[in-house]
Design a binder for this molecule. Structure first.
Ligand SMILES: Cc1cc2nc3c(=O)[nH]c(=O)nc-3n(C[C@H](O)[C@H](O)[C@H](O)COP(=O)(O)O)c2cc1C
Length: 411
């Protein structure tokens, strides 16, 4: 018998045709990250990879996940477990999803749609960022069964744009609506600013040189253009330029939703709804008391300020508070299926990832997102099999050492 490594595992569905070849080149997401800067202009990589300040928040998210250790049980499972799951009453191939992002198309032109298509093919959730590079209507066409939508706050004229986005989401049959609460301010991400980005897109001579040195990226740019704030563009006037749209979106979009506003969106949206960026069990309770169906535990991947607690360390307290009444999504720091397993063991219903999907698309191009989904699913199956969990939900029964776990005083 030959030695069966975890990644040769027997997924019961077709994987990306190039899986084996890509797996030899990129056996983990770290290899994708290492390759990414060689394929895209420096400013594009820096935008997708940076955190706030000096990236300390990212380092802490990673370290906090790395510190979570699980005690395995053996002799209970002769084969790897299935990883299908149900989220908000719908079946998905795995408790793994793509987190909303504002500028995937900046990292790789057309990336939003590449990720949406890959998620649909694999049947895992894709969350479109309202600031992203594809419209609600475009994503509805390519990812009809796995389409989640994230909204920022567009409050002018009594939420005229915000409520119109809800209407469009409803018409597009979006499966889950996500309101992001954790951006009360627009903070500085130093690597992004240093690379020449922030605000309008005005390529400096250095940025132009970087673009010319990356022919595949340039080709993708020629194919897809430079769509920023695609969903919001139609509110910015007659045929606005990219920079007019960016200026408009920056003027209109901002501030964090108040609970009173969350309640108003809850009233309008007919379907499952989540709040994203929750780090305190009392906030999770508040959301659930307003009829919110899911809580997304996240510190925005370390992109807001560095001093925020790593979400994995507050996940158990939030799960204990609302886990029976709400679906819990975890993100911030996931770089493997093993990290997803850690989050499941600590109370999440699914783990989503942001940055690593950008590394994948930058490193591999069009097939990148599909490859990373398959890699994460394989790694998750292997991790669950290794600890003796019969299903994603069964991971919660494991004994876990979690040095960073936070206890909260009773509210
Ligand atoms: C380039 C980039 C843009 C992002 N834009 C948004 C956004 O527009 N809305 C939002 O709710 N979260 C946004 N996020 C945060 C992600 O949804 C997610 O919380 C985070 O990336 C998870 O951490 P990870 O990158 O370590 O996987 C963004 C993240 C990245 C990397």
């Amino acid at each position: 018998m030959h030695d069966m490594t975890a990644t040769q595992s027997l997924l019961p569905r077709p994987r990306t045709p190039r899986f084996e070849a890509l797996h030899r080149r990129f056996p983990t997401s770290a290899y994708l990250r290492a390759r990414a800067p060689r394929n895209v202009p420096r400013f594009a990589f820096e935008y997708g990879d940076t955190g706030a300040g000096d990236d300390v928040g990212i380092a802490h998210n990673w370290a906090a996940l790395d510190a979570v250790k699980v005690v395995p049980r053996y002799g209970v499972m002769p084969s790897l477990p299935p990883v299908e799951c149900e989220l908000f009453g719908r079946r998905y191939a795995a408790p793994i999803g793509i987190a909303p992002m504002g500028g995937p198309s900046l990292v790789w032109p057309g990336a939003d749609l590449l990720m949406a298509r890959a998620a649909q093919a694999a049947r895992v959730p894709f969350t479109l960022g309202v600031a992203g590079g594809a419209t609600i209507e475009e994503v509805a066409k390519v990812a009809p069964e796995v389409f989640w939508l994230q909204l920022y706050r567009f409050a002018h004229n009594d939420h005229k744009i915000g409520f119109d986005l809800v209407r469009r989401a409803q018409e597009a049959d979006v499966k889950v609506l996500v309101l992001t609460l954790d951006v009360p301010v627009r903070t500085t991400r130093s690597r992004e600013s240093y690379a020449g980005l922030g605000g309008e897109f005005r390529p400096t001579p250095r940025m132009i040189t970087e673009m010319l040195a990356r022919p595949k990226w340039l080709l993708a740019l020629l194919r897809h253009g430079y769509p920023r704030f695609a969903t919001v563009r139609q509110y910015a006037g007659e045929n606005p330029t990219t920079n007019e749209t960016i200026r408009f979106a920056r003027r209109e979009m901002g501030g964090a939703f108040s609970w009173e506003e969350v309640a108003r969106y809850r009233e309008r949206w007919r379907g499952p709804m989540m709040v994203k960026g929750i780090l305190h069990p009392a906030d999770a309770e508040q959301a659930v008391s307003l009829g919110i169906d899911g809580v997304w535990v996240s510190n925005h991947g370390g992109r807001q300020i560095e001093a925020l607690v790593p979400p994995i360390d507050v996940l158990p307290a939030i799960a204990a508070a609302v886990g029976k009444r709400a679906t819990i999504i975890f993100d911030s720091g996931i770089r493997s299926g093993q990290d997803v397993m850690r989050a499941l063991a600590l109370g999440a219903d699914a783990g989503f990832a942001g940055k690593s999907f950008l590394w994948a698309v930058a490193a591999v191009g069009d097939d990148g997102p599909a490859y990373l989904i398959d890699l994460y699913i394989d790694e998750l199956r292997a991790s669950l099999g290794q600890i003796g969990a019969r299903s994603p939900a069964a991971a919660r029964e494991s004994l876990v050492r979690h040095p960073g776990r936070m206890e909260f005083p009773e509210a």
